[in-house]
Every structure is written in structure tokens, then in C-alpha cells.
Write a protein that binds this ligand. Structure first.
Ligand SMILES: C[S@@+](CC[C@H](N)C(=O)[O-])C[C@H]1O[C@@H](n2cnc3c(N)ncnc32)[C@H](O)[C@@H]1O
Length: 400
């Protein structure tokens, strides 16, 4: 077998993840641990195929025998899966990889926290592009549980000037995504930036807003693609913003202002922004806050402006019920309380909440690197010959 024939079978290795000035540097053993967890994750993604066998051969026939009909929704499928030993084992292992990933990232970070906080402080010192506000509290829906097992959520500060939750987030994304987001963990941002550039050649945004930016890794490629634009990145959590700002400074991206604010209450005037972006944000919002936030985003967007949202695919009547139940795993076993409800929503309905007309609705797949401009085919992986980058689902609309 040639070396390239192995591609995709193992995730890329952690040493390929890009470093920057505040990146938590792992030891040899910590690197080995990250590699083990990433490989176990990839293995579990592969053997998830066994859930399909169990579903077709055991669960469906048993359900039909008992109820005289097939499954009608993902919740019925999940209730049946929950009783099956294959799902129980697979799901328990998967939960374990999340707990191990959080523990691994956190221990790497906390071991060197004073050093990391000091480096961030130096990069952030006196910069007008970081605006923190200690009056802002992380909303209840974003902080009541440790979302995806992330201890301390996005907001917890252990000491003054703390960046630990941001650093932990950065260090472990590679593991959860098995490298699918590229070495800079910014595949979503690169995919959106390159799609918008390719698709909308006349679009020249002057003011761009990214909401729920966390450590800003997905907004930097957008800021780099439009270097003359004023880019505002908002989050409620101070430690992720401190980390994200320091990271951006070290990477030399200076046109992004990181602001601590609640997206539900922003004081930008109506129509201030040309482009508003959310990336992997909606699924962590309660249904009530989605409504409020969509209305606020619709208000702040200029007529003729663009709102785009990157998310895992929402469920549609065409999507197989088993696939929906498997995609719902994060809700029931990974502390993502709003995941199922949000992914069960009609994306056009979400856009209507912001006042967007169905006539202006769009939906597309985006890839960071494309073959001959075809975004349905991600090109060779950024990680040498290892696997391929993720394809991103994007939906949104132009404002009339
Ligand atoms: C899943 S993360 C978003 C990830 C990030 N955009 C990315 O590209 O991967 C959700 C973020 O939204 C923030 N958030 C949630 N509700 C918010 C609100 N009302 N105002 C500001 N930030 C909020 C959280 O603090 C968290 O950092």
C-alpha cells in the first residue's frame, strides 16, 4: 500500500496543528494523549455504521412488530437505540472521548496558566481592539450547564486576566473534529470567506459583525479576506475574548475589534453592518433567544446586506430518521441542551424571525479549498495527505 492509500484512515497528528503566541504548548505525553483521543474519535465515527445495522436488523423489525407501524420521528428512534447494547457502548465511549478531551486540554492549559495569561496580557496591553465590560454576564442558556462538557463554559475566570477556557477551547478542537477544521482550526471561517469571495464578486462589505465569536478563529479568515473592512467580533465571555484578541494580534490580524457584549442588546444603529456572520452559534441558544437575536441581527443589517450562518445541517423531512437520531447525540449525551430543538427548526423560519424574505433565502455547502471552484468537493487536505477538510453547511439571506 502506498503512503497516500492510508489517507483518511487516521487523523493527522497533533504536531501539525499551527502554533501561535498564546497556544498552550503540549509535552510529548500530552501530545500522545491528544493523538489517542483523536484516533479513538475517528474510530467511533467509523463504527457508528454498526448503529445502522442494529437499526435495520433489530430495532425497526421489533418496533414494527410491537406498534404495527414504522418509526415516525427521531425521538422514537432514539428511545429504541437507548435500549440497545451496541448504541449504549458506542455512546458511552463517545461521551468518554469528550470528557477525556476536556480533561486533556484543561490539564495542558492549567499547568502553564500563569505563563499563558502573561503572554496574553502583553499582546493585549493598551490595545483599543479589545473592549471588555465586566457588567456583561454570560446568558443563563450559555452558562447553566458545562456545554459540550467544557468545564467553566466560555466565561469562567479563575484568576484576574484569565484566558484558560479560551486556551482549552483552542487546544482541543483538533481532537473533537479529528483535524477536519485544518491546522489553524479555522476551516469554517476560511470556507465562508472563500465562498463569499467567489460567489458574490461585487460584494464589498465595509462593516462586518461576527456574533458569538468565542476565540475568533473563524472570523480571522473573513477579516483577512476583507482587510479594509472594520470587523467587530462579539462574545459574552471575557476569557475567550482575551485569548482570541491575543491570538489575532500574534497572527498579525489587526482589523478585528473584540467586544464583550450581549448580542441580544447591542446599541449599533439600524442598518450599521454590511455582513453579519454566525458560526456554530445558533445551536447553543434557547428558542426564545434565537428569536430575539435574529430580530436584533435583522435590525442591524443594512438593506442589501448579507446574513450568513454556518451550522451542522438542520433536519429535513428527506433526512433519514436514524441519521437525525445520531446527529442528535450531542443533545442527550454531550451537554448541548438546545441542539435537538434548534436542528429540528426550519432554517427559512429562522431567517423569517430576522425579517428576511424567503425570496432572498440561500443555502450552500462551503469548503475551505475547492477543486476548480466546485465547493461540493473539498480539495486536498491542508494537513499534507491526511483526510479531507470538512464541508460546511451555510444558510442565510440578503436583506431586502
Ligand atoms: C459555540 S460557541 C461559537 C463558536 C464560534 N463562533 C466558532 O466559530 O466556532 C458560542 C459562543 O456564543 C457566545 N454567546 C452565547 N450567547 C451569547 C450572547 N447572547 N451574547 C454574546 N455571546 C453569546 C458564547 O459565549 C460562546 O462563546
Amino acid at each position: 500500500m502506498k503512503k497516500s492509500d492510508y489517507s483518511g484512515q487516521l487523523p493527522p497528528t497533533y504536531d501539525k496543528v499551527s502554533r501561535h503566541g498564546v497556544f498552550p504548548e503540549p509535552t510529548h505525553d500530552e501530545t500522545a494523549r491528544f493523538n489517542f483521543i483523536a484516533s479513538l474519535n475517528q474510530h467511533l465515527a467509523g463504527v457508528s455504521a454498526g448503529n445502522k445495522v442494529v437499526y435495520e436488523k433489530r430495532l425497526k423489525p421489533n418496533f414494527i412488530k410491537e406498534h404495527g407501524r414504522n418509526f415516525e420521528n427521531r425521538h422514537e428512534v432514539h428511545r429504541a437505540l437507548k435500549k440497545d447494547p451496541y448504541w449504549q457502548t458506542w455512546s458511552a465511549l463517545r461521551r468518554n472521548t469528550m470528557e477525556m478531551r476536556q480533561q486533556a486540554g484543561r490539564s495542558v492549559v492549567l499547568r502553564q496558566i500563569d505563563d499563558l495569561n502573561g503572554k496574553a496580557e502583553k499582546l493585549n496591553e493598551g490595545k483599543p481592539t479589545l473592549k471588555l465590560n465586566s457588567e456583561i454576564k454570560s446568558p443563563r442558556y450559555a452558562s447553566a450547564v458545562d456545554i459540550h462538557c467544557q468545564v467553566g463554559g466560555y466565561h469562567t475566570e479563575l484568576v484576574e486576566g484569565d484566558i484558560s477556557v479560551g486556551a482549552n477551547y483552542d487546544s482541543g478542537i483538533f481532537v473533537t473534529t479529528t483535524g477536519g477544521v485544518g491546522p489553524g482550526i479555522d476551516g469554517g471561517g476560511r470556507a465562508v470567506a472563500s465562498s463569499v469571495k467567489q460567489k458574490f464578486t461585487d460584494f464589498k462589505p465595509k462593516r462586518i459583525l461576527d456574533v458569538g465569536c468565542t476565540i475568533g478563529h473563524n472570523v480571522l479568515p473573513i477579516a483577512q479576506a476583507y482587510p479594509d473592512a472594520e470587523v467587530i467580533a462579539i462574545d459574552a465571555g471575557a476569557p475567550v475574548l482575551r485569548y482570541g484578541h491575543a491570538r489575532a494580534q500574534d497572527l498579525g490580524v489587526n482589523n478585528v475589534t473584540f467586544i464583550q457584549a450581549d448580542v441580544e442588546n447591542l446599541d449599533y444603529e439600524d442598518g450599521y453592518f454590511d455582513w453579519i456572520q454566525t458560526t456554530m452559534f445558533l445551536h447553543e441558544l434557547s428558542s426564545k433567544s434565537i428569536r430575539r437575536i435574529m430580530s436584533e441581527l435583522g435590525r442591524m443589517l443594512k438593506p442589501g446586506g448579507l446574513l450568513l450562518q454556518v451550522e451542522q445541517p438542520n433536519y429535513t423531512p428527506e433526512m433519514d430518521l436514524l441519521e437525525q437520531a445520531i446527529r442528535d447525540w450531542d443533545c442527550w449525551y454531550n451537554n448541548e441542551p438546545f441542539w435537538s430543538k434548534m436542528h429540528g427548526m426550519d432554517t427559512k423560519e429562522i431567517m423569517r424571525m430576522g425579517g428576511f424574505s424567503d425570496d432572498n433565502y440561500m443555502e450552500f455547502k462551503a469548503a475551505a479549498d475547492t477543486v476548480d471552484g466546485d465547493v461540493t468537493k473539498p480539495a486536498k487536505a491542508i494537513f499534507e495527505d491526511h483526510g479531507r477538510e470538512a464541508l460546511w453547511t451555510v444558510f442565510g439571506a440578503w436583506k431586502s
